[in-house]
Design a protein around this ligand. Structure first.
Ligand code: C5P
Length: 232
């Protein structure tokens, strides 16, 4: 599995999305489509972006009973996306059911990765609200190991966790890491960040980059800078 830069297309409409993608005349970047765009525009936008030749990470973070997740994953698999995800909190049986649903008749399937604990969840809220009483770093690793046990391909994690995830789950277990910023760039609301070069150094398999590319004066140039630092 090659390293790649995934652009988080956090746009509210089809028009904004295609205006952005039209800026890429020389390459077809891997794109992440999240809930906002999917709920606004539906599967049609996935098909259209695919038709234009992009790979797609459909970031819908499924979490429900195993049977519902299995059937929903079968629908997403038919959309021919490249990566799907779910919450590891849904348990190992839910993750196993998801894989089953995702697998097509010919045995092929999109990659499936798990969200461990959201980076917006801190120790305090995990204890008070979720009633989980263990250090959050251990919980993240435990969930990553559960994902591995269920047969998933990897996890979404902070670049700071990628090294440890590879140690615990093997170097071929994918780490997909948001929270990437250029050394001379704005942090925005991200707190713990790494540059693309640092993410490469610690072994991230894919970096997910939003605003450093989408809000750049020249998004195509910012994308190429990311690729130069992370992939080349
Ligand atoms: O604009 P920015 O580079 O911060 O975008 C990062 C993308 O990765 C956003 O789509 C955000 O929702 C997503 N993400 C994240 N942190 C996580 C999981 C997902 O920033 N822990």
């Amino acid at each position: 599995m090659g390293k790649d830069v995934i652009i988080a297309c956090d746009f509210a409409s089809v028009q904004q999305t295609f205006d952005f993608l039209d800026l890429f005349t020389e390459e077809k970047p891997f794109v992440k489509i999240g809930m906002e765009l999917f709920y606004a525009e539906g599967p049609a936008i996935v098909r259209e972006i695919k038709r234009r030749g992009h790979k797609i990470f459909l970031d819908l973070k499924l979490h429900d009973i195993p049977n519902t997740v299995k059937k929903s994953m079968a629908v997403l698999s038919n959309l021919d996306v490249d990566i799907c995800n779910l919450h590891a909190a849904g348990t190992v049986p839910m993750m196993e059911a998801a894989l089953e649903g995702l697998t097509r008749q010919d045995g092929t399937r999109p990659l499936l990765i798990a969200v461990t604990q959201l980076t917006s969840t801190d120790q305090q809220h995990m204890e008070d609200d979720l009633w989980i009483h263990a250090p959050i770093a251990d919980v993240v690793m435990h969930y990553a190991e559960n994902a591995k046990k269920a047969g998933l391909d990897g996890v979404v994690c902070s670049p700071l966790e990628a090294l440890k995830v590879h140690e615990r789950c093997g170097s071929d277990f994918l780490t997909v890491t948001p929270g990437v910023r250029f050394a001379d760039g704005e942090l925005g609301d991200q707190k713990r960040v790494m540059t693309p070069a640092q993410a490469k150094e610690i072994g991230s398999d894919y970096i997910v980059v939003g605003r450093p590319i989408t809000a750049a004066e020249d998004p195509a140039a910012a994308f190429r800078r990311c690729v130069r630092e992370f992939v080349d």
